[in-house]
Design a binder for this molecule. Structure first.
Ligand SMILES: [Zn+2]
Length: 314
């Protein structure tokens, strides 16, 4: 295994007003641990959707909010448990943090995971664990002054077992968390390939005007159909590659290594194919496959990545 000691510098988060009082905070380049957040400004407070990965990135996000409003963040939504979306919870001590029941359960079980070996070179900062305060299943609505934000789960496992989406009906803005990696490789190792496909249908049915994904640029209007289509195509591709591998009795990593990524080679973090294939094998009724666990699936991603750890410039 080789380690990439070279730590690239990438630009700061991009703050954009996507609707009246609704802001996206998109962090380039959307790769490992470089996620998006966003916030909605109400009369006396702010609702934030997610936080980010490192202390430095979270403090930059807080500054971005402060550049728009002096109002405090009163409510904070965690779209799912992954560290890049939740590490900054502790920097919002006065906010009520809302998540899916399963999201909180996983967070409490894991605490702050030590990623120093898997992602060397990242300065995580002085992170402290902070769990959500309020959990739900199904749907709920949060109210802050005149603002309403509808939160809903999918009723099935997709990116994780506790994904929630945030919908601002008034302006047609949908925050999807990691159900969408715009420009990146979808990642279902902690969830389901089929579930992520089904989630894309739920997202399409919302007929949003603007979508803020968990990673990659926000998109709107006629781009929505295309982005959802592209994400579905990749997930179908993973399922087809799994069918091929199962037919010839190849292990997921073996099958990954002989697969032509075609148009998907331009997506970032393409090593995720090896991890995604484990999930697609598990979900294929014809496979004689026993789930190997996350650690093995991640090792296979490294093998598929020519022995290199995933590139992480968080
Ligand atoms: Zn995630």
């Amino acid at each position: 295994m080789t380690t990439n000691h070279h730590h690239e510098t990438i630009g700061p988060g991009l703050l954009e007003q996507v609707a009246p009082d609704v802001f996206s905070y998109v962090q380039p380049d959307g790769t490992w641990f470089i996620n998006n957040t966003g916030f909605i400004v109400a009369e006396t407070g702010v609702v934030s959707i997610d936080t980010t990965s490192t202390e430095r990135r979270n403090r930059a996000y807080i500054e971005a909010i402060a550049s728009v409003t002096a109002n405090p963040v009163k409510l904070l939504v965690n779209t799912h448990h992954h560290a890049d979306h939740t590490h900054g919870n502790y920097l919002f001590p006065d906010a009520t943090i809302i998540s899916h029941v399963s999201c909180r359960e996983v967070m409490v079980a894991n605490g702050i995971t030590d990623y120093r070996a898997a992602f060397p070179g990242v300065e995580w900062g002085d992170l402290k664990f902070r769990a959500p305060d309020l959990t739900f299943e199904g749907e709920t609505t949060i109210h802050l002054d005149e603002l309403t934000v509808d939160l809903f789960d999918l009723g099935f496992v997709a990116h994780t077992e506790g994904d929630i989406l945030a919908w601002i009906a008034e302006s047609g803005v949908l925050f999807t968390g990691d159900l969408i990696f715009h420009g990146g490789t979808p990642f279902a190792l902690f969830g389901s390939i089929q579930g992520t496909l089904d989630a894309l249908q739920v997202i399409a049915a919302k007929e949003a005007e603007v979508i803020v994904p968990g990673h990659g640029p926000a998109f709107s209007g006629s781009s929505i159909k295309k982005v959802l289509h592209d994400q579905s195509n990749y997930l179908h591709f993973v399922q087809e590659v799994a069918v091929e591998g199962i037919k010839f009795g190849r292990a997921p990593v073996e099958q990954a290594s002989i697969t032509d990524l075609r148009e998907f080679s331009s997506l970032t973090d393409s090593e995720r194919l090896a991890g995604n294939l484990h999930v697609a094998y598990r979900e294929n009724a014809k496979a004689d496959y026993e789930w190997v666990g996350f650690e093995q699936a991640i090792s296979d991603m490294i093998i598929f990545n020519n022995g290199e750890l995933p590139r992480c410039v968080a």
